[in-house]
Design a protein around this ligand. Structure first.
Ligand SMILES: Cc1cc2nc3c(=O)[nH]c(=O)nc-3n(C[C@H](O)[C@H](O)[C@H](O)COP(=O)(O)OP(=O)(O)OC[C@H]3O[C@@H](n4cnc5c(N)ncnc54)[C@H](O)[C@@H]3O)c2cc1C
Length: 506
């Protein structure tokens, strides 16, 4: 049998996607027989945003053998217990999508059914009050979850808010230490094998040619290989997700850091606020049909809570996904594979999934169609599930104050989301699936936060009398409040364990 193993992997692009890919491949795939080369162009640069993550990143870091405290210092990161949504269903509303469950483990029906029943006849407070990560986040507190699965303090996870450029730098260090080679230069030509159509190599502006067996396209929105060369095509979802521009601008902050990202709905989109140890990341994600760049910049500048630390960074995008993210010997990872939009911080998660699936389905130089089809199926599923979840935030609004909100409120969502909404409205049930984002508590958080109240609760919740339920909920609420109150403030926790200034002083 001839040896068809992949010998040369070429990663095109050195943004978050490129360096996450290179670091994972250097750790998990590289061998004396398999070389990993990353090409990036300082002249072109990176998008320079992408600072809020999901809890899955911890598994990625662990697989790469990354020490958490060292990583947090290097990326000046804070902890993230969820996302706070302000003004989404109605102006004045606020809820948190937590990284954790509501209530306590156990119970015949999911907790929200008991909350629905109790809140139908009494003021039992928002469901956020029954989630430890929500209450801790609101109070600016953080402690790692408990290991004992019976403990209330085990009912949550956490992610990070990090400096994207420092994260790429950190991963570059890991990749190079693991044996990956970095090449600086701008790719000006992509060569294809005349017979197979596979990518054979790339040519840099100085004339140097780099050949490879497998190419990972991490070139950002331009999709240098996957689109400009292989013309994979794009599934355009902008009719459901019309925001297509962003202006980003970091600012200084003296205030205590909060362990959550804030997403505040504005007239033509929404504003993100991501607190890091040394600064706050801010941006206005907006729809260019309803607002121009100057007006968006003025609006964002007016909302900054500290001195601006940089000039505005303007970005353009189109919500959607490449029709095929793996074509021949090219796999698109990161923005080159698609971008839904930054609400719910799913892009870095999608990079992680793309790399993880690629390693799980690691090909040989035959690139058999069954492997490629399976990879594309898995990535399509990931993108579509996230797409529906994000559309829900826009569509389930009661806002009538601007053209954007009138458009998204009255549009027809995808059939797959209509089905999910129908099931929720009818009986308060979340359509379950085993693979992909998002799971049960996330949907509950957003349905209820967006004021989509089901017509009835689960019949099993009626096995519990209201006279018994109300005091039980009151006790639980108190226990959660007391548990959160015992946690240190996030700033105190960081100062003790992972303050970036201690790394710099050392
Ligand atoms: C407004 C906004 C907010 C976001 N917020 C979040 C968030 O909170 N959380 C999250 O998970 N994600 C977020 N994202 C997405 C996140 O920024 C990206 O997923 C992440 O930065 C990865 O980008 P990338 O590496 O794919 O592309 P890029 O950062 O654009 O990197 C592309 C790389 O390709 C190189 N390159 C391109 N062309 C060539 C060439 N011809 N020759 C050589 N090199 C080339 C460039 O030099 C660069 O190194 C956000 C995105 C936007 C637009």
């Amino acid at each position: 049998m001839t040896d068809r193993r992949i010998r040369r992997v070429v990663v095109v692009g050195g943004g978050t996607a490129g360096w996450m890919t290179a670091a994972a491949l250097a750790r998990l795939v590289q061998s004396p027989d398999t070389a990993v080369t990353l090409i990036e162009s300082a002249e072109i640069g990176t998008v320079g945003v992408g600072e809020s993550t999901l809890p899955h990143i911890r598994a990625f870091n662990e697989r790469l053998g990354i020490d958490e405290a060292e990583f947090m210092k290097a990326t000046r990161a804070t902890f993230k217990l969820g996302i706070q949504f302000q003004d989404w269903a109605r102006i004045g509303d606020a809820y948190i999508h937590p990284f954790g469950d509501y209530g306590l483990p156990g119970g015949e029906a999911p907790f929200h059914h008991y909350w629905l029943k109790a809140s139908a006849g009494a003021d039992v407070g928002p469901i956020d009050d029954y989630s430890l990560p929500c209450v801790a986040a609101r109070e600016g507190r953080f402690a790692p979850p408990a290991a004992d699965p019976r403990a209330l303090a085990s009912t949550y996870g956490y992610a990070y808010q990090l400096d994207a450029s420092l994260y790429a730098k950190y991963l570059r260090g890991l990749s190079e230490a693991g044996g990956a080679t970095r090449v600086e230069g701008r790719i000006v030509e992509v060569k294809r094998d005349a017979e197979s159509g596979l990518i054979a190599g790339v040519v840099l502006d100085g004339g140097k040619e780099i050949e490879g067996d497998l190419f990972i396209d991490c070139s950002g929105f331009r999709g240098l290989l996957i689109e400009q060369t292989l013309q994979a095509g794009y599934r355009d979802w902008s009719h459901w997700l019309p925001c297509d521009r962003a202006v980003a601008m970091p600012c200084a902050s003296d205030a205590p850091t909060v362990p959550y990202t804030r997403a505040r709905a504005l007239e033509a989109g929404w504003q993100f606020r991501i607190p890091l140890q040394h600064r706050v990341g801010n941006g206005y994600v907006y729809c260019s049909a309803f607002l121009d760049a100057d007006a968006a910049t003025d609006r964002l500048t007016g909302l900054l809570e500290g001195e601006a630390l940089n000039t505005p960074n303007h970005l353009r995008f189109q919500a959607g996904q490449r029709r095929r993210t793996w074509v021949g010997n090219c796999v698109a990872v990161g923005l080159s594979g698609g971008f839904i939009e930054p609400l719910e911080s799913t892009s870095i998660y999608l990079i992680q999934q793309a790399v993880t699936q690629l390693i799980a389905l690691w090909p040989d130089r035959d690139f058999d169609p069954a492997t490629v089809a399976e990879y594309n199926r898995l990535m399509d599923m990931e993108f579509e599930r996230i797409r529906d979840f994000i559309i829900l935030h826009y569509h389930a609004t009661e806002r009538t104050d601007s053209e954007l909100w009138n458009h998204v409120r009255t549009m027809t969502p995808p059939d797959s989301l209509i089905e999910k909404l129908e099931l929720w409205r009818t009986r308060g049930a979340v359509q379950e699936y085993r693979e992909g984002l998002f799971l049960h508590p996330s949907w509950v958080a957003v349905y209820l936060g967006q004021r989509v109240r089901p017509h009835r609760w689960h019949p099993l919740a009626d096995r519990r009398a209201t006279s018994d339920l109300l005091p039980a909920l009151a006790r639980l609420r108190e226990t959660i409040a007391a548990t959160a109150a015992r946690m240190p403030s996030q700033d105190a926790y960081i100062a003790r364990h992972c303050d970036y200034r201690t790394a710099e002083a050392a």
